[in-house]
Structures are given as C-alpha cells and as structure tokens.
Design a protein around this ligand. Sequence first.
Ligand SMILES: NC(=O)c1ccc[n+]([C@@H]2O[C@H](COP(=O)([O-])OP(=O)(O)OC[C@H]3O[C@@H](n4cnc5c(N)ncnc54)[C@H](O)[C@@H]3O)[C@@H](O)[C@H]2O)c1
Length: 373
Amino acid sequence: MVYRVGVLGCGRKGPQHARAWQLNPNAEVVAATDTDPENRQLFQKRFGVPMYTDYQEMLRNENIDIAAPILPVKPNHEVVMGCTAFDLKGILCEKPITDSLANADEMVEACRRQGIKFGCGDLDRNLPDYWEAKQYIDSGAIGDVVSIDIHMGFGAEWDIQSLSITRMFAGDAEVAWVIGWVDGDPMSDDDQGQAGYIRFVNGIEAFRHRNADAKSGIEVNCAKGAFHTDFSYLSLWRTEDLTAARKKTSGPPRLTKVEGVLDERYQHEGSGELDEDGWRWAGNRNIATVQSIIDAIEGHVEPSGSGENSRKCLEIAIALRESHRLGHVPVQLPLTDRSLKITPPMSRWLDKKQTVGIEEYRRSIGGWRPGDV
Ligand SMILES: NC(=O)c1ccc[n+]([C@@H]2O[C@H](COP(=O)([O-])OP(=O)(O)OC[C@H]3O[C@@H](n4cnc5c(N)ncnc54)[C@H](O)[C@@H]3O)[C@@H](O)[C@H]2O)c1
C-alpha cells in the first residue's frame, strides 16, 4: 500500500521529513499546509503538491492516511488533537511532544482511542543499529544490562534523545523513582540542564551526568560487556574470556571490542550531503523514523519512537526537576500532578522565524534541492 502523507509545517525540519517520506516506497507526500506564506511557497516549489493554509481543510480534502505535524512545540498539542478527529492511520509529529504532562496524556490517549499510530520525534532510537545492539544484548552474549550512563552535557535542553535510548536499553520498563537536580532555579518551568539518578522497576539504574565530559554519549553497562554510542559511532564491548590459569594472575578481565555485529557508524541527519537525485540527504535517522510509522501501521505495533515514549521521557525529566524542588528527595513515578510542565526554549516553542530573525532564518532554510534558495 502507498500511504498518502500530509505535511503540517514546512519550516526547516518539515522538508526533511517530506523528503524522507518521498524516498519511502510505501508513502507519497500529497499535500502540505503552513500558516507562513513564504514557507508555503518554498515547499510548493520543492515538492509540487497542493498547499493549504488550514490543516483541517487539507485533511478534509486530500484523503490523508498519515499526518505529519512538524511544528513548533506550542501549537503541537492543539494540532495533534485536531488531527485525531480525522480518519487517520498514523500521526508523526516532532519532539518534544508538548510542555505539560496533561497535554501529553490527552494526545497519547486520543490517538489510542482512535486507533491512530502515534510517533513523536525524529529519534536516534528509531535507527536499526540501536535495535541490533539491543538484540545482541538480549541474546545474552554480554550478560544483562546493569546500569546506563548518560553523558550529554548539552546546554539547556532536557534532551529526549538520550532518555529515549536509556528507556530502550532498560527494556522500556517503568521508572520507579528518581533523584535529580537542575542547573538553575528549580522553581522555574523553563527548560534547564539537569542531572540525576533514575531507578527502573526492573532494577536497572541510570546515571545522568550534567556536565560535558570527554565521554559524550550513552554507555550501557552489562554484566559481561558494554554498548557505547556517541550518537555517531556505535560499538559493543565484551570482557575477555580468561582461562582459569590467567584469571589467577591477570586481575579483572579487560574489555575487547565485538566485531561484525554493528556497522558502528551512521550518516547523521545534519551531514548536508546530496543524494543521488541531487536533493539534500534526508539522513538515515529521518528515513528510519518515517519507516517506523509504516511498520507500526502494518505490523499493528507501537512505533519505536512512540508518543507514549515521548510522554514517559517528559515525565522523567519533570520528575528529576521535581526532586530538586522538594529538596533532592526521591520522587516516585507516575507523577500525580499532571499539570507539571517544562517550557522548551523559545526557539523550539515558537516559529523559528520569530526567534532567530528573518535573515538568519532564510539562510538556514535553503539548500534542499538544486536551484533552491
Ligand atoms: N528530531 C530532531 O532532531 C529535530 C531537529 C530540528 C527540529 N526539530 C523539531 O521540529 C519542529 C519544527 O522545527 P523547525 O526548525 O522546522 O521550526 P520552523 O519554525 O522552521 O518551522 C515550523 C513551521 O511550522 C509552521 N506553523 C506554525 N504553526 C502552524 C500551524 N498551526 N499550522 C501549520 N503550520 C504552522 C511555521 O510557519 C513554520 O513554517 C520543532 O518542534 C523542533 O523541536 C526536531
């Protein structure tokens, strides 16, 4: 089947999603909508599809199977909820899902009620390489996962990418409790750098480091080995098999690299390279992200980077801050106060054209195909 995709939001990230959908043999971008006339015109020139100013009119007229809202975070809740009123098979929006837990609950529940497969975010978690690493670990080759180290040290953002991978390697288990802190004022709802301890119900523990360090990325520590990603290189490690004689003399076994399981490298979405048609390469990650929605629809399963995953990641991030608010005490999940929220930085919350300035914005939106702005 070829699914009819409608893109909602044709800014900087919208064309990347559209190109990834266009490259998928089971999907076709048939229409798009944007409230900004300049971005609408640019998208029309690139993709040659009917353009709408009102997404509901597009959904009414174009027999859309999959809606792709690639919007600033502020309108995302309202638009995703609006989409659920239509007979859709899938929705793939961008991340972060929204600001509050109450909004995230509504979005996840509405999609579930309507039988719509709901994906949120072009996530590293959607890349097949991570699932191959997980499969290797699940085979028992390097023992059970014991702990996960998150070395991210980014600026302000609470970072759904790393929490999504952490959840994945913890078997998507529920979180029992966390202890955490934020960089600045814990009483502020603004997105801030954060750190802490995350205890999953299955006993796996994750340590979220706050400051940038030499070991950027995520380390999944297993009983007899480890998996490491710096979001560019992925590698698996296992302890040496020591003979009984050597065990006596050589101290703890060293880690050696596992060869032949992972490619260890993937082309990141920001590469800017051109594909064979002369379009900017949509990136392995965005290509995998759109495929995950088709897999979910056809396999009757949840997308790997589901809306539910995004809601759970938001809840962990809020709980880490909540712990600081309450005096660094352990905070149990699920959180009962669903009005709690994190307001993303303005450059994600609002249209980027408003927040980065028009000249800078125009420079950053071009280059999708030959002759583009
Ligand atoms: N997964 C990732 O790695 C990644 C990377 C970049 C951006 N993002 C996310 O993608 C989203 C979009 O980012 P961007 O850089 O493209 O922003 P942008 O401001 O360039 O684009 C947003 C577009 O949405 C349009 N829009 C706003 N409200 C609308 C509405 N109600 N109906 C239709 N169109 C509307 C705007 O006019 C604009 O063209 C953000 O949520 C951001 O966090 C994710």
